[in-house]
Design a protein around this ligand. Structure first.
Ligand code: SF4
Length: 555
């Protein structure tokens, strides 16, 4: 086992990486190795997919499989080794089918098919011990002795960014939004990785191209969400329970939430969102369900205590699952890419077992006092008050914007983001997205120039909204995004944040503050490149970073 794909990776004398036994997230070494094998096979599928595309043959099923399979390997998504053994078998069948299709297409064209090597020729073993033996040769650090750590680091940047793109694209696809360019970009990057690239400059270009691909994936997801459920509007969400039976839904997937709301319509069971599903309440067609009762709990890392206390079943729709405690394990259900050994997995939107569990469990005995939080400041809502915002900036009443976004985690250093938000001056506005906000989004930030000082743009999946807002403001002020009085303070945790970072770099956004620690897969030499070319800076102290941001804006 070796994994260093997320911010909570272990740091020891031998360097960074979860390397033995069980990772910091709870992923065991068997599952980790099987995930490496699956990724290796996906590269092989991409090799054939690329050649088929060159011959004019689309492969929608393969494209969907690539997205889904990559999504299962994100941090805190799937810990079930049996699911990975099955996916490895599926991947082998998919590769074989594409190889046959490629050879048939070549025959039709009268050309000789290439005999592909590398991942395309990989034959998975039939027993678990043999699979694990094969995994040793295909892990993320394979070849480091000859390629060196910088090459391995850039390959990892590309792979982890790919995983993030896959997650966004998969969510979009579930709501019927596909972009040919995204599928092409994903398959292309996998194919690049299949060739074990070593040219650092070329790989950096591929990483930026992947950032552009992710921009298209995020646009597709935004179109999927707003097209299906309406544009988010500012909406007060209950933080307190209502009397009655209850189901808690966590993760990110709006399609799953909608399916559950539809299944429970008229059942008398209330549905609560958890974690990153909080922004779902801003979508008119979701908030229109009267039994979408409110939100319960906060960020993902608190789920063990929050799930234990929730008096009903819990449905996990995507990342961020952590080891279910025995006190509530039998009430957790998984969907889609998510898995944990022994948890019940829902297939085909059959929520009957979840509803049975809700009826059998106590639910909330009484209404709690009404406390609310306002969400729903997506790009349309924010740009709807753009004139007031621009006027306030021009009048000097609104000095600066701080976008404090990204993922939360367990490390104490993450208090930086809360402290930062709290110390933003009164004449500045805080825009948030992702789960980093749960440490401060219930605090009272008041107003600035008659507008709320804290605007929640949404999930980490709504990063597209933040880019839209920044670009629209830049257009209104007749400047570039980098010239706006705007500072991006990004809390990264897992691979979707890597994809968003690549997008921001591809769009030319500079001077991003990144923390709480920098990605372990980036070597000092790679960090130097990111600092010198893109102005990325690690977070420092709140005081100094705030001062630097305001000073830069004033200069
Ligand atoms: Fe470690 Fe993160 Fe990998 Fe889990 S996902 S094994 S915590 S690096």
């Amino acid at each position: 086992m070796f994994c260093f794909q997320c911010e909570q990776t272990r740091h020891g004398k031998a360097g960074a990486g979860c390397a033995t036994g069980t990772g910091a997230c709870g992923k065991d070494e068997v599952t980790s190795d099987l995930q490496d094998l699956l990724i290796h096979q996906l590269k092989g599928i991409a090799q054939y997919r690329g050649r088929l595309a060159a011959l004019g043959h689309a492969e929608a099923a393969a494209d969907s499989f690539l997205l889904f399979a990559m999504f299962t390997t994100l941090t805190n998504v799937n810990f079930d080794r049996a699911r990975f053994v099955a996916l490895i078998g599926e991947a082998a069948h998919m590769r074989d089918r594409l190889r046959a299709a490629y050879e048939a297409a070549c025959r039709d064209e009268g050309v000789e098919p290439e005999v592909l090597a590398g991942p395309a020729a990989f034959v998975p073993a039939t027993t678990l011990p043999e699979l694990l033996a094969q995994a040793a040769a295909v892990g993320v650090r394979a070849g480091i002795e000859t390629a060196g750590p910088d090459v391995i680091g850039l390959r990892a940047l590309l792979l982890y960014g790919l995983k993030g793109v896959a997650a966004y694209a998969w969510h979009a696809e579930r709501l019927g939004e596909r972009r040919a360019g995204v599928a092409d970009g994903v398959a292309h990057a996998l194919e690049v990785l299949a060739g074990d690239p070593t040219d650092l400059e070329a790989m950096l270009k591929e990483a930026l191209a992947l950032g552009q691909c992710n921009f298209a994936a995020m646009e597709a997801l935004d179109a999927a969400n707003t097209g299906t459920f309406g544009s988010p509007v500012p909406t007060a969400v209950r933080l307190s329970a209502r009397a009655g039976k209850a189901i808690l839904v966590s993760g990110h997937d709006l399609a799953d939430l909608a399916a559950l709301l539809e299944a429970t319509r008229g059942s008398g069971i209330n549905v609560y969102t958890h974690g990153e599903l909080l922004p779902a309440h801003g979508y008119p067609k979701l908030s229109g369900y009267p039994h979408l009762a409110g939100t319960y709990g906060g960020a993902w890392q608190n789920q063990q205590s929050e799930f234990a206390a929730f008096p009903g079943p819990i449905v996990m729709t995507s990342n961020c699952l952590i080891e279910p405690d025995p006190t509530y394990r039998d009430r957790v259900f998984t969907l889609g890419p998510v898995g944990w050994p022994g948890l019940r997995h829902i297939v085909g939107d059959d929520f009957a077992p979840v509803m049975r569990a809700a009826r059998a469990l106590p639910g909330f005995a009484a209404d709690e006092g009404v406390h609310t939080i306002t969400v729903g400041f997506g790009h349309d809502a924010v740009l709807g008050v753009a004139e007031a915002v621009i006027a306030a900036v021009k009048a000097g009443a609104l000095r600066h914007f701080f976008l404090i976004g990204g993922c939360d985690g367990e490390r104490p250093g993450r208090n930086y983001f809360t402290e930062f938000a709290e110390r933003v001056p009164a004449d500045a506005m805080v825009l948030t997205l992702g789960c980093a906000k749960y440490r401060f989004n219930t605090h009272d930030f008041g107003t600035v120039a008659g507008l709320p000082r804290l605007l929640d743009i949404g999930q980490c999946n709504d990063s597209y909204s933040a880019v839209m807002i920044a670009q629209a403001l830049a257009g209104a002020f007749g400047c570039g995004v980098n010239d706006l009085p705007l500072t991006l303070v990004v809390s990264w945790f897992e691979q979707k944040a890597v994809a968003v970072l690549l997008t921001l770099l591809a769009l030319g956004v500079r001077n991003i503050r990144l923390g709480p620690t920098l990605p372990a897969f980036l070597t000092p030499a790679l960090l130097d490149v990111l600092v010198s070319r893109f102005g990325i800076q690690p977070i420092g102290t709140v005081e100094a970073d705030l001062e630097a941001a305001l000073h830069r804006a004033a200069a």
